[in-house]
Design a protein around this ligand. Structure first.
Ligand code: GUN
Length: 282
């Protein structure tokens, strides 16, 4: 029976230490500020953004929400980003993705000042991560590493398999695991014999976006299984990319959905915003 990794508890613990540091900065007249830009009215994005704002305020940072209509032009959005780049009270900028089809996400990400890119999506920060330089690490991958470390198991020398190759999760988490000296495989929808590949993993990170995709056939006895999914099952109930009930007897450690990766993502955003403020106010 797997030990359940409590992401909510770990997130609270890290948030407490962020809050303590924020207090010190506020006392020195340097309150960290995070701006979140929300374009259009995607309901999932709205929920994520509301949670980000709530948690930002909880830890004593300034939180600014910029809501823009679905119909905004790319140029007008780029202008908004330029204003935030110039705003001294704002240390972190997050443009919630996805953006409407007529706007290039790439152009918008490129426009965010790398020193304020708390998502870690700007090519400069992506490149820094790749070569192992100090950078803003994307929030979900950073949270995943903390979750794995919280098990007390070492990552060094382990076989890690990441299923999924997105720029937001799969690729950066693979990079981080490599930095922690794991032997890393990135698997994806075209991978042959995926269950067999996944079964090699001491550490299995699943980011497919497919509800209950990973069953016990994919899991080595005792493996650490991290479920990045936020899906709905056939009863419209929230579930992950891992079939929790099927896998729980085989895995050694397992993250639940909800209460695993999700809470950690926002915590790492807060940690990145604190880091941005400390760098920019130095
Ligand atoms: N949409 C889904 N996840 C994320 C994220 O981590 N950052 C941003 N900006 N948008 C997202």
């Amino acid at each position: 029976m797997a030990t359940i990794i409590d992401g909510k508890k770990l997130a609270q613990k890290i948030q407490e230490s962020v809050t303590t540091e924020v207090k010190e900065l506020v006392a020195a007249g340097k309150q960290p500020g995070l701006a979140v830009v929300l374009v259009g009215d995607n309901q999932a994005s709205r929920t994520y953004v509301r949670n980000k704002q709530k948690r930002t305020e909880e830890c004593g940072m300034k939180s600014v929400l910029i809501e823009l209509p679905e119909t905004i032009s790319e140029e007008a959005l780029l202008d908004e980003v330029a204003k935030l780049n110039a705003d001294k009270s704002i240390h972190g900028i997050l443009v919630q993705l996805p953006l409407p089809k007529h706007i290039s996400e790439e152009k918008v990400i490129d426009a965010i000042h790398p020193e304020k890119d708390v998502d870690g999506f700007h090519p400069i920060n992506v490149g820094n991560l790749y070569i192992g330089k100090e950078t803003f690490v994307p929030c979900t991958p950073a949270g995943i590493i903390e979750l794995i470390k919280s098990t007390g198991e070492s990552i060094e020398g382990k076989t890690a398999v990441v299923i999924g190759r997105s720029n937001i999760v799969g690729k950066p988490v693979a990079q981080l695991l490599l930095q922690e000296n794991a032997t890393v495989t990135i698997a994806h929808s075209r991978t042959k014999n995926l269950p067999e590949v996944a079964r090699q993993a001491d550490i299995l990170v699943v980011a497919t976006g497919l509800a209950k995709f990973v069953t016990k056939d994919y899991v080595k006895e005792g493996a650490i299984v991290i479920d990045v999914g936020m899906d709905r099952d056939e009863f419209n109930k929230l579930c992950g990319d891992v079939d929790f009930e099927d896998v729980k007897e085989t895995a050694g450690f397992l993250t639940p959905v909800p209460g695993g990766v999700g809470p950690m993502t926002i915590t790492m955003l807060l940690a990145n915003t604190l880091k941005a403020a400390k760098r920019l106010e130095r």
